[in-house]
Ligand binder design. Structure first.
Ligand SMILES: NC(=O)c1ccc[n+]([C@@H]2O[C@H](COP(=O)([O-])OP(=O)(O)OC[C@H]3O[C@@H](n4cnc5c(N)ncnc54)[C@H](O)[C@@H]3O)[C@@H](O)[C@H]2O)c1
Length: 308
């Protein structure tokens, strides 16, 4: 289990839930790490430095706490600097921290939108803007050996950003944006042999516990979700951070208990050459309409009993 010996990781939101499981496993596999967690409430209000400090202290040596919110350029840069100064470099970045402020679009408020986009999409951008120059420099210096193979980025997204979900305009948009960022960073860092992948997790955390079911189907969904541990998400993230995944980049995975999914990513599903305005409706009906996706949420897509 020591496949990450010598590496240094930064895990945002590593003080609770899925991030804590990821931090713990990466650490157990030999990495040193910075746990960046502001100890905020699910909606992003408040802060508690004891969350990051407690998680780092529980791991002991090779773990440092960073308790400031990473949602600013200066804080993201400081978290990266802490990793470099304390542990001598930065090899693995996991953008996991997120908040939720839900409202139907017709009741949405711009302040909540800004807070969620800043926290869940702009913060990962700040972290990557600060971390990638370090990763590129280390790739040039062949940190960890020749050929270089240590640079890894994992962005934690959500099925809500892939399917959409009722009332999650800001959250789903941020997560869909994070998938776009994942693809771009995978391309931009390809020459440096740094990989960047996205993982959509399912796991029982305080967020799952806070779901208020609006109907029987949602109540069943919540009951199933509460059975799913975070450990398998950590196992996939640790694998992506490890030596076997050196050439895996730009991919979108999902993890629900022992099920691991590789998601498709939007590509043309059908094509027609327009016959002009007169025949457009008929041509769409013939060539595109059979391929339309139905409107549904992950509740329908992942409504089956999880395999634990
Ligand atoms: N739990 C699930 O089933 C599920 C499903 C889909 C996606 N996700 C995603 O998984 C990730 C982890 O979710 P979780 O359920 O473990 O949530 P959680 O609320 O239990 O943990 C998130 C942690 O991130 C920290 N955090 C939030 N904003 C921060 C900031 N700006 N700076 C520093 N720390 C910050 C919080 O303090 C918290 O400790 C999130 O990206 C979430 O969107 C979770």
């Amino acid at each position: 289990m020591a496949s990450l010996t010598g590496r240094v990781a930064l895990v945002t939101g590593g003080g609770r839930g899925i991030g804590r499981a990821i931090a713990g496993l990466i650490h157990a596999q030999g990495a040193s790490l910075v746990i960046a967690d502001s100890g905020t409430a699910i909606d992003g209000s408040g802060a508690d430095p004891r969350v990051a400090e407690g998680a780092a202290a529980a791991l002991g040596s090779r773990a440092a706490a960073f308790a400031e919110s990473i949602a600013s350029p200066s804080a993201a840069a400081a978290a990266v600097e802490l990793a470099v100064k304390r542990f001598g470099g930065l090899d693995i970045v996991v953008n996991n921290a997120a908040i939720i402020r839900d409202a139907f679009i017709f009741k949405a408020d711009a302040f909540a939108w800004d807070a969620v986009i800043r926290n869940n999409l702009t913060a990962p951008f700040h972290v990557l803007a600060a971390a990638t120059p370090v990763l590129r420099e280390q790739a040039r210096a062949k940190r960890g050996g020749d050929p270089y193979g240590w640079g890894r980025i994992v962005n934690i997204v959500s099925s809500a950003g892939l399917y959409g979900n009722y009332g999650q305009a800001a959250y789903a948009s941020a997560k869909a944006g994070l998938l776009g960022l994942t693809r771009v960073v995978a391309l931009d860092m390809q020459r440096s042999l740094v990989t960047c992948n996205a993982v959509a997790p399912f796991a029982a955390t305080r967020v799952t516990e806070a779901i208020t079911p609006a109907n029987e189907a949602q109540a069943q969904y919540k009951a199933r979700a509460l059975k799913v541990p975070a450990a398998p998400v950590a196992e996939l993230v640790a694998w992506l951070a490890g030596p076997e995944a050196a050439t895996v980049s730009g991919q979108l995975f999902g993890v629900r208990g022992r099920e691991i999914f590789l998601f498709s990513q939007p590509r043309p599903a059908a094509r027609l050459v327009s016959p002009g305005p007169a025949g457009l409706g008929a041509a769409i009906a013939q060539h595109l309409a059979p391929h339309y996706l139905e409107l549904g949420t992950d509740l329908e897509a992942f409504g089956s009993e999880p395999i634990l």
